[in-house]
Structure formats: C-alpha cells, structure tokens
Design a protein around this ligand. Structure first.
Ligand code: AMP
Length: 581
C-alpha cells in the first residue's frame, strides 16, 4: 500500500487558528513564567488542580454545564455538572480531612473501575492537598502491593470485588489506615471498612480548598523500567498549566465540544487528558465504563455525538481488524478531530482513519514522566503519516548521541527534551538518584530512540531499554520474571517483548523448569494464569518457551538481549560474557 507523504489539513477544521500570534501565545502559556493567565491561580505561586478543573467554572455560565456524562457497562447513564462535581468532591475532601485525618502530602490511592466515584474521589483528594495514586483495575495483588507499599499510601478507595482480589496483600501495607468501599449495588462487604455512600452522606458540601503551592506534589503514576519494581513518577499542582495548554492547542478543545478519552484513569493519559486537560478547559467529557468493543465504541461515538476523540494505536488497529462494514452502519458527522498516543501509530492506521471517519488520526508523543503532550501533530502543521509530529511550542526537543551531544537531522539517537516545562515529573518517589540519572548534559533523556527530519518532524524508532510496550501499557521484564520464578515449577525466567501486529509487542517468557517438572501445555497455561492473577493480563506472557537453561552473563544476569535476538532471528552479537553451557 502506498501512503501519502503528507496529509494536508484544511485549516478551517481547527477552531484554534494557527497564526503566528497563536503560536507565541502557546509558547508563553506553556513555558516562560509558567503562568497561564487564563487559569484561576490563588496568587502567582499557588494553584490547585481540582480548583482549576472544576470550581473555577462555578463563577461562569459553565456552572450548570455537564462536566461528566457516564455510561456503565450495562448501558445505564449518569450525568454530573461542574457544580455537581464541585459539591461532591468537597464532600469527599471533608471525608478525608475531617473523618480520616488526611493531611497535605498524604497519599490516597484508587483501585477502582472507571466509575464516577474515581473522578469525584480524585478531585476531592486534590482539594484536600493529598497526593493521588490511581491504579489500573486489572492489576493483581502483587502489582497493587508494590505500588502501595512503595508510596506508603494512607487511604485506599476500592470496590468490594476489587478488594477481594487484593485481600491477601493488605497485611503487607502497614501505612494503610483506611479503606473506603464503593459498593454500587455489590452485596457482600467487609464490615470493618468504610462505605463511600455512608461517609459521603454525612459529609458537608462546603470545603475550603487547600491553597497548594505550584510545586506541591499532587499526582503519582507508577511506571515500569528495565530493572527493579515500578517507580512512582511524581507531578505537581502547577502541572495543570501543561494539561490545560496542550488540551487547548493540541486537542483543540472548545466550549461546545463533547470529548472522549478512552484511557483508563490508572494511566497518565486517563488523568492528564481524562480529567484535568478537558475540565480545565471547561469541556464536557463522556466516559464509557467498559473496555474495548468495536461495536460499542462506534455506537458510543455516534450516540454521544463525540467531537474530539483521544485513543490509542492498539485500539485503532483492533477497529481496523473488526472490518469496515461495522463503521459504515454509523454516522460520525460530529467528529472534528481524532488523536492517538501511547505507541507508534502506523501510517496504515492514519490513512484508514481518513477513509472511515473522513479525518486523519493525529499522533502525539509523551510519557508518564513528561505529564503532558510533548511532540504532536498540532493545528499549525500538516500530518506526515508515521511521524509523531513536532515539539509543542515551548518545548525544546532534540536527538542526542550516547554522549548526550545533539545530532543533526536524519540521524537516529536518543530522544531528549530540555527540562523545565510545567508538567515535568519532579522526582521518582523516594528514588531521587534514579531521577537525577535521567538528566544528562542539560537534557532530560526520555529512554526512547527517534530521529528528526529536516522539517522538524520526529519519527519514533524504539526504546533504549528492555521495557515492553504492549497495547500502550509499559511492562517491566523484571516484574514479570520475579513473579514467574515464584511459580513452583519455574527455575529461571527471561522476559522480552515480541513484535505483534495488533498490540505492537506481547510479553514472551523463556522459562527453564525445576527438576521433576516437564514442559506441557497444561503447565504453560498454569504459569500464564499465575502471572495474570498476580500482576495483570497485560503482563501475563502471551507465549512461553521452555528451554533447558537461560543465557547469562558471568555475573549471572539473564541476557534478554540475546533472547530477543534469537527470537527475531538476528545476529547474536557479542556473547563473550555468556555463561558456558
Ligand atoms: P507511558 O509512560 O506508559 O505513558 O509510556 C510512554 C512510552 O510509550 C514512551 O516513552 C514511548 O516509548 C511510547 N509512546 C508514547 N507515545 C508514542 C507515540 N506517539 N509513538 C511511539 N511511541 C510512543
């Protein structure tokens, strides 16, 4: 298939007119003194994300505007205006502060499905000055324990069924003082916990929002690395300037838009662009509780008259796979723009989007650590299918060599950013040294490899580490290996990402068995189930290959590089440090 080298976009598609004046406004809003004058600061130093996202609209006509239109998996709906969210999050803040003694900086974690309570709870926690930590509801007990133990979270908001899943690890969380259960009609509950409906019923609707400093910690998202357990990237209240400016200028969000972000609140896209970006712009969001379903998604887009849609490459490839007949049964006249993030978006998908929706997908690049969109196809430019776009105004990106010197256009190297943008992470929780190690020669080193062309467009090449990107979820091989060797049959394990046409990569494990165990289909399934239960379905190896011994360095480290080269049929390279069989 031939792809156009460039897709010219009719500028009238954008509400934001890409003239030079706007460009400078974007730069000013995003960098400079880091103060977006349109946002409601308490003073030049103090700002609170929840205040900006919700309460700042109460002084305007948006007071009674719908902020959240929610649809459950069963098709039931609930709607919340900005005023409703303000009132309910005030109540939640009172529960935390008055009933539970939560103080500024305390960590409050959420292990919930995509239900309205997670939005209310997160806003309430931010109002109270707490630090939010959303956890993906598909996580298993080990994944939850690792994150909650590291952060020393004081409060957990979950549901009875999700709590059941993690009951066994709760004794391993000494800092955890309170659990609030969101029942939503679920019957059996543990009586020693608090119930969201009961504590909320008692709480007052008025709350004095904590006047947090722009550098006060607000958000923690755990992200995986090559080694060690996941690390908590910490963001501050001032980050909302970045959420706001990029949602406005990249997503082109306008007063009348109906916006749908398909990301789960457990991931950074689900908070930066599933809550703070759109709401700070005063935009109505629609949320579907369930996961991916081609049939449901097309119908949701049509029924809710979605105008701006932010999704991910795996989902787009799954829609492509479901065939073109299904979308032809629906109308998407309302759609103004479509965006994609999280993995490379293949040119086929960009072109397919244009065929089906009449619009090209705008790819954009960022990561947990950057907190907001850094490189994007934003309104001032045409789309080059396969490219991530150009740095957002105010962001200085570069390609640097392994000594961290900048490379000219056309050369492949490390994707780097000049630090200092408002939504940049401020530390890895209790891992300051690791945080500092990400900055070299005046650059923040992203961990991705890319190249820039003569026109300043960036093209993703791959990651510099062993982290696996499966359907947009980063999986650390070490985490999976650690769980694999807990299985009674497993002696050693090495985990790599295997290329996949839909999910970009899937987890593949090489496993050697303990004496007395023999490879079998049954054992393979048992090991897969074991990891799925403990970590998550994304982390569970899609493939397991039994091998007698794993290649190791002299110091005993498993050589994933070699496993990967073997898998891909590539030359094995330097094996001089390999263990001799
Ligand atoms: P996370 O921190 O989980 O949001 O994952 C961020 C990583 O996903 C980046 O460092 C990239 O490796 C990958 N990624 C995100 N957006 C894109 C994109 N548009 N194209 C290619 N890779 C992407």
């Amino acid at each position: 298939m031939e792809y156009p080298k460039i897709i010219k976009l009719p500028l009238e598609q954008y509400a934001i007119k890409p003239n030079l004046q706007d460009y400078f406004k974007m730069v000013k809003e995003f960098s400079g003194d880091k103060v977006s004058l349109e946002l409601d600061w308490f003073d030049s130093e103090h700002i609170n994300i929840a205040h900006v996202a919700i309460d700042s609209h109460l002084k305007t006509d948006r007071r009674d505007k719908k902020a959240l239109i929610w649809e459950s998996k069963k098709g039931e709906g609930e709607e919340y205006t900005f005023q409703d969210l303000s009132r309910l999050s005030n109540k939640f803040a009172n529960v935390l502060v008055k009933d539970l003694g939560v103080r500024k900086g305390d960590r409050v974690f959420f292990f919930l499905e995509r239900v309205p309570e997670i939005y209310i709870g997160i806003l309430g926690t931010l109002k109270a000055g707490g630090v939010i930590g959303p956890l993906f509801s598909a996580f298993g007990p080990d994944a939850v324990r690792d994150r909650m133990a590291d952060s020393e979270a004081k409060v957990l908001i979950t549901s009875p069924s999700l709590k059941k899943k993690i009951n066994e690890v709760i004794p391993e969380l000494p800092a955890l003082e309170h659990i609030i259960l969101v029942r939503r009609g679920e019957g059996k509950v543990d009586l020693k916990d608090l119930f969201y409906d009961e504590v909320m019923a008692e709480a007052s609707e008025s709350f004095d929002i904590v006047k947090t400093h722009k550098e006060d910690y607000a958000i923690m998202h755990y992200t995986s690395g090559t080694t060690g357990k996941p690390k908590g990237a910490v963001h501050v209240h001032g980050a909302v300037v970045g959420h706001y400016a990029t949602a406005k200028y990249v997503l082109d969000l306008q007063e009348k838009d109906i916006y749908w972000c398909t990301a789960d609140p457990g991931w950074v896209t689900g908070t930066s662009y599933g809550m703070f970006g759109p709401w700070s712009n005063g935009v109505t969001q629609v949320v579907y509780e369930g996961g991916f379903s081609a049939k449901h998604w097309y119908s949701f887009l049509e029924r809710k008259k979605v105008t701006i849609w932010y999704t991910a490459p795996t989902a787009i490839r799954m829609l492509m796979k479901a065939g073109n007949e299904l979308p032809q049964q629906h109308g998407f006249d309302s759609l103004r723009h479509m965006y994609s993030v999280g993995e490379p978006l293949n040119p086929e998908a960009v072109v397919w989007g244009k065929e089906i929706f009449g619009k090209a997908f705008h790819d954009n690049w960022w990561q947990t650590e950057t907190g907001a969109i850094m490189i994007a196809n934003y309104p001032i430019q045409d789309i080059k299918p396969g490219s991530m776009g150009r740095p957002f105004p105010g962001i200085q990106a570069g390609i640097v060599d392994d000594n961290f010197n900048e490379l000219p256009p056309g050369k492949e190297g490390n994707l780097a950013l000049r630090p200092g943008w408002p939504s940049m992470f401020r530390t890895y929780w209790k891992k300051e040294e690791l945080y500092q190690s990400r900055f070299k020669n005046g650059w923040y080193i992203t961990g991705d490899r890319a190249r820039r062309d003569e026109e300043g467009y960036y093209w993703f090449v791959g990651r510099t580490d062993d982290v696996i990107n499966t359907a947009g979820h980063l999986v650390g091989p070490f985490e999976v290996e650690s769980v694999l060797i807990e299985h009674p049959a497993v002696a050693e394990a090495g985990v790599i990402g295997k290329p996949d046409s839909i999910a970009m990569e899937v987890v593949k494990a090489f496993v050697s068995l303990k004496d007395g165990y023999a490879p079998s289909e049954e054992l393979r399934h048992d090991i897969q189930k074991f990891v799925m239960k403990r970590l998550s379905s994304a982390a569970a190896p899609r493939e397991i290959e039994f091998i007698p011994t794993l290649p190791k360095t002299r110091s005993g480290k498993i050589m994933r590089r070699l496993l990967k080269a073997k898998e891909l049929g590539l030359p094995l390279g330097d094996t001089s440090t390999m263990e001799e069989d």
